[in-house]
Ligand binder design. Sequence first.
Ligand SMILES: Nc1ncnc2c1ncn2[C@@H]1O[C@H](COP(=O)(O)OP(=O)(O)OP(=O)(O)O)[C@@H](O)[C@H]1O
Length: 587
Amino acid sequence: MRTFLPYVKNEMKLYILGFVGSLFRFLIPLAVPLVMKYIFDDLLQNGAFSSSEKMGQLLYLALVMAAVFLVIRAPMEYVRQYCLHKANNNIIKNLRKDVFAKIHTLDAKYFADHKSGEIGTRFFDDIEKARGYMTAVFSNIWIETIVLVFVVGVMATLNLKLTLLAVLLVGFQFLLAHLLSKKFKKSTAAMMKYRSVLSGFVFEKIQGAFISKLFASEQRDKQELDRHLEQYEQLTDKQAKLNAVTLSCVNVLSDITPFIVVLTGSLFVIHDSLTLGSLIAFFAYVDKMRSPVTALVQAFPAVTEGSVALQRIFDFLRIQAEIQDKADAVELKSLSKSIRFDRVSFAYSDSDSVIKKLSVTLEKGKTYAFVGESGGGKSTILQLLMRMYDATQGSVLIDDVNIKDYSLSSLRNHMGIVTQDNFLYSSSIKDNIRMAKLDATDEEIIAAAKKAFAHDFISQLPIGYDTEIGERGIKLSGGQKQRVALARVFLKNPSLIILDEATSALDNESEKLVQESIQQIGKEKTVVMIAHRLSTVVHADKIFVIKSGEIIEQGSHNELLKQNGYYQELFSRQRAGSITYEVSRAS
Ligand SMILES: Nc1ncnc2c1ncn2[C@@H]1O[C@H](COP(=O)(O)OP(=O)(O)OP(=O)(O)O)[C@@H](O)[C@H]1O
């Protein structure tokens, strides 16, 4: 909880105002039983006052009470509600900002190991639970505790023995609630953990709704959901039972407490050790005591859930991405010489290496291609170059400096990436292209789109570049998406262009045109590409044929053909049309 303190400290002014408001709002009504005692003992039963004097006193009391309630209590209620709500809200807002910022610092490994729904739970569910915690702890528990102490204090002035009896009965209620809350916390943690699993499942099924339809697997999805819901229900049932046991024990005790106290108090009245007015006031206070006790006990679930949620949020905020800037990271100013893989080996986990002692040098301004069997490790090589993962052994160097020594932002600023499955945001085409250069003019955006042969299809849309393309660009075809992604890279104009099956979704004619554009831009840039359709890499200065994480052949297209090896065989088979563009199926 120490991590939580800075968030609370930031809102201290609002909390103090809210606390002051709460004090007035709660303590003023507590004076009412004392006024009642005065009316019974000192006014109504006092023979020294005439009837008209009593009426005058009552009127005076009524006016004072009305003034206190209207002028102090009502505005203080407003101050309490507004300030505490605002302070809690600010904390929620800051937690959300920090969780969101954290998501951006996480590396590819984290995203590969966790579902987006699970991560989303931190942002929505857990933070909402934390709100429940704050409302309970900062708005209610402390003031209820003060009210309880105050009530007990006043009761003690009326009759100490009766007060001790009431405190004993209330203490027993707390003890019960505390004992049960330990179990409750454990079941809450299990329930919340499972809720993120459930949310991961649902998010994934929403994203894959179309695939489910395609494979007619809706029924299977429903059964899987039923299984998850059943498991979740078992956990919530356990929690509900614990809560029910706590409340039934505590509420029964709370209900009979005033009765026990009044019975005992009546004995004191019979023996003249307590006045009737004091007993009535005492009864009113015992009743007032029940409200904070019930509130405190009922706050247990919210506090428990909230503290588990806060724990989960701070555990998430504490995650350290493996890939991050060194403290003394330098800026990559430009790519001026070469990129070098120096005996690089890499494994995604403890299993076998996916890349094995790879050594290649990619010179500035040239075009390189990686081809080969599916699963051979081509995309992994690009991931290592983009520093999505770090090499397990060996190093990747740009201009003889290990890429781990560059700041990640400067490294990636020099790269433009187009993949087979490009992520587009649910905004307009123009905004999606502009992401690459926020201050780009409309003319620059159109020029980039023209280079990517995207301008024609965009212009034909009813509102052209302002067309909203839906979540992940769902309203565009695969080829259109690739062209928008290419336009983005052309606009960014980076020194290193990385293309992972970047034109695979284009028809032959469009692919030829886009390839010409890439070749044109490739004259000034370093281009590293992966392609299964070998016809798209023939112009590369050097082609590396990758198999099981190793280079098995390398050279220009013509050199490789002359080697009469794997590449030549693949090329002939593709040309002969015996296979489509997917090497995976050929190998
Ligand atoms: N995030 C990951 N976690 C674990 N293993 C992975 C991960 N990504 C890829 N792999 C594994 O690494 C190996 C190489 O994958 P990679 O994507 O680099 O191959 P590729 O040559 O690009 O294949 P393709 O041509 O089919 O795209 C494969 O066996 C794959 O299953």
